[in-house]
Design a protein around this ligand. Sequence first.
Ligand SMILES: Nc1nc2c(c(=O)[nH]1)N[C@H]1C(S)=C(S)[C@@H](COP(=O)(O)O)O[C@H]1N2
Ligand SMILES: [Mo]
Length: 259
Amino acid sequence: MSNFFNTLFKSKYELTTEQLIKRKTMFSFFVFFIMIVLGIIFWITLKKQPRDQAGVQAPLRSVLNGNEKVFSKIESYRHLAKTYPKSMAAKKVRVNGNVGLKSDLDTAAWRLHVIKTSGDTLFITLNEIKKLPKTEIIFDFKCIEGWSQVSHWGGVKFSDFAHYFHLEKEVTLKYIGLSTPDEAYYVGIDMPSAMHPQTLVCYEMNGKPLPVNQGFPLRMIVPVKYGIKSLKRIGTMYFNNTRPKDYWFERGYDYYSGL
Ligand SMILES: Nc1nc2c(c(=O)[nH]1)N[C@H]1C(S)=C(S)[C@@H](COP(=O)(O)O)O[C@H]1N2
Ligand SMILES: [Mo]
């Protein structure tokens, strides 16, 4: 051993090959030993950390929370948005964003255009949509600008709509694209979020037909996304495996915009 320490401070040119090998071996053992000690210290420290109700130590929990935050934004369709009693819904609902609503709409001539993958297009009237089972939702509508408001919407679940109009093949694609009749506002929504049980093609607000500035005759309501995806005044719907173009994504916002 003393022989080893003697070699420790010598230049490698002063050592025989055998001494050099010995020195390297000892050094490796030393590093190995330090790693084990550090590992044990880390483990003991972790064990001593306060635990939450689930018995998970705080540092581990914060890593888990971080992961969850990332995945819940991307896979927000895995949970249900919180809902509220009708009494909590705003009577005066905030109007925000009028891109694609600036021109007058001939409401009598309006049809929802659904471009199928076969190339066929369906032209659907509001009355046809109103015949489907109605679903209402009262949830906290959140805008990316920082405001939110509990509001009350009524319409048809997109999944019911897709089933009724035989869009089984279309909904196997990854995205749905939507745009206003003038194509000035457009969004893309991942299919699991479109098929989410709370996602509506919506024609009512507070039990009455949508006001024009809130998307009459038909808008999207996507509770698991920020408001940017709840396109007002749907003109066209199409389906794709690649991301449809998206107005706010083009302006630097997150494509998924999940909550
Ligand atoms: N056609 C169209 N739809 C739109 C917008 C828009 O500018 N044009 N703005 C979006 C944004 S940013 C929000 S927050 C909501 C607001 O819906 P509201 O006006 O009913 O509150 O609509 C979304 N849908
Ligand atoms: Mo928004």
